[in-house]
Design a protein around this ligand. Sequence first.
Ligand code: PLP
Length: 378
Amino acid sequence: MIYFDHNATAPVIREAREAWLQATEKLSGNPSSLHQPGTDAAMALDDAREKLAAMMACDPSCIIWTSGATEANNTVLHHFAHNLDPAGHIFVSAIEHPCVEESARHYFGGRVKTIPVTGEGVVDLDWLTKEIAREPPGLVAVMAANNETGVLQPWREISTLCRAYDLPYFTDAVQFLGKLPTRGLGDCDYVSGAAHKFGGPRGAGFLKIPRRSRLTPLLRGGKQEAGRRAGTENLPVIAAMLAALEVREQQLARGEHHPRQAWRDHFETQFLRAIPAATILGLNQPRLWNTVSALMPEGDRKSQWVMRLNQAGFAVSTGSACTAGKDEPSRVLAAMGCPSAHALRALRFSAGWETTAADWGALFRAMVQVYSEGRRQK
Ligand code: PLP
């Protein structure tokens, strides 16, 4: 099976597996215990925290380990729900992952103002600039890169804008981390990440918060993470997450993403030539180098394509892992002005660092074959 669903979950890489094994076998103490095995585990935890803080250019005390991005993102909304003026409103982009969007609605209800996106899937910075000046919100939430389209969001500009107004800015960097350099991300006040998107294990994530911020914990009942997240830290998955992220940062520093972007671009050119009735979302925007979000020609439902490609040996997706399998139009595509009938034809191909030019070529040929068979049957 050739795997094109890395935006859902990427396979665990060797370095992460080894770090997990090492921590499991050699660091079996509880980091909160005072004896030697506990102290060894606590030191390893600190080491991982320092490494991540160095990548994000923030103080290690700003890093909180979580079970993943869903928990990290819920923690942010929960914190603001408890600390903002009860009448205050927040700005949340129209293309956030459900774990941001739904928790924002849960805690803030009608006090959530949606930041619109353009037809190409980029947050409308003009709208945001005007609205911030008109009625400053208590929080601005805009992700770093979209999980369905791969379109990069102007998080640097938003961070600067929020700073000018002294507003907290939260960016879900789950899809960005490990695909593009973390440099600068630490300037955003709140940043979340999840290991399983870049070669680390599932069940590991983090939240970066501002220095000296008094976070209201989502999970209570323990003094771990300086009282900001109760529960024994899962050291093996944290160590594995850092090992994977370090590998990705090194690959990025060597520019290894550039040829991979060229393979993806070549696939898109060939694909549009062979199936001209298809379109690619966000085609002219800066995007993650691994993602293609395609609207297939009319009459082709996305789940049928996924099944046919699966039979041909390719794992692809209909969009977000949360809505995959349901023939429902995506909220992200709706926000981009895509009519729901069109959005039902959306497919997402997301490559990984291990995906080769030959894999993209094989996917292209399979697409053409499935397309021709479908036409013959009509
Ligand atoms: N945020 C984004 C942008 C995502 O793509 C995902 C997962 O697909 C999440 C948050 C949630 O991550 P997890 O399911 O690992 O908690």
